[in-house]
Design a protein around this ligand. Structure first.
Ligand code: DC
Length: 241
């Protein structure tokens, strides 16, 4: 495991224990290939991986099963507070049930904004994300990881691709699964998600001021991972030295 220090030397007699752990945040819009890339990056570095979108999906699944109530933010926040989410080995467990596939259903995706726009839900998710990261080297992926969840992260990456390229990749993915959709259809839904993600009052999608922008247009997933490994290693050397 690669280690680094995040605290400068303290000019006092008793110094707090130094953290040798590294946090890499990977934020960006839907369809930029973040999840696959973040997972591979974590594997290459030997770090833990956290898919925070899956956490929002899991609390949304709870709400879908409960039929909302969609017009009651406090009740939704309470649902989020009561459920237990565990992320282990690439699987998502909700109150002990493996929901890794269920959280990808369209019915979940189309209701996420009720939970993701709810500040009390976000507060709970951020607390869980920080608890998950404790004591680990981690790559964490989402929308607000470098801005809200881990503003002091050692290495922040903002991964983008043009809307057309993201839509084309999504269409290829769906076609591989036997679903027939047009780029125009996917682009329209994607634009709506982008709008919601970048205009929500808390935890909106935006690069942290100290994030490194990586545009993946025209790059293969392997090439992107390679570039990110370089960025993180370079950052580690700089902070270690
Ligand atoms: O990455 P994804 O598509 O699985 O994310 C699902 C939704 O969750 C997405 O519409 C935005 C939201 N989300 C969020 O608001 N904050 C995060 N850190 C991660 C995801």
């Amino acid at each position: 495991m690669i280690q680094r220090s995040v605290h400068p030397p303290q000019p006092v007699e008793i110094t707090p224990p130094e953290s040798d752990l590294m946090i890499v945040t990977l934020d960006g819009p839907a369809g930029a290939g973040k999840s696959t890339i973040a997972r591979q990056l974590a594997d290459r570095l030997g770090f833990a991986f956290l898919d925070t979108g899956a956490m929002y999906r899991a609390v949304t699944l709870v709400a879908v099963r409960n039929r909302g109530p969609w017009d009651d933010p406090q009740a939704l926040a309470e649902l989020a507070r009561q459920c237990q989410i565990e992320m282990e080995g690439g699987r998502v467990h909700l109150n002990g049930e493996d929901v890794s596939e269920l959280i990808r259903l369209n019915e979940v995706t189309s209701h996420i904004h009720y939970l993701a726009d709810n500040w009390a839900v976000r507060e709970r998710m951020v607390a869980l994300q920080r608890a998950f990261a404790e004591g680990k080297d981690i790559v964490t992926e989402g929308r607000d990881q470098g801005t809200v969840a881990f503003p002091k992260a050692d290495c922040k990456i903002f991964l983008t691709a043009s809307p057309e390229e993201r839509a084309r990749r999504r269409v290829q993915e769906l076609q591989a699964r036997g679903e027939q959709v047009s780029v125009a259809e996917v682009l329209a839904l994607q634009n709506e998600r982008d709008r919601r993600d970048s205009t929500r009052k808390v935890g909106r999608l935006e690069p942290a001021p100290d994030a490194i922008d990586v545009c993946t247009d025209g790059m293969s997933p392997d090439e992107v991972v390679e570039q990110l490994v370089e960025i993180v290693r370079e950052r580690m050397q700089r902070t270690d030295g």
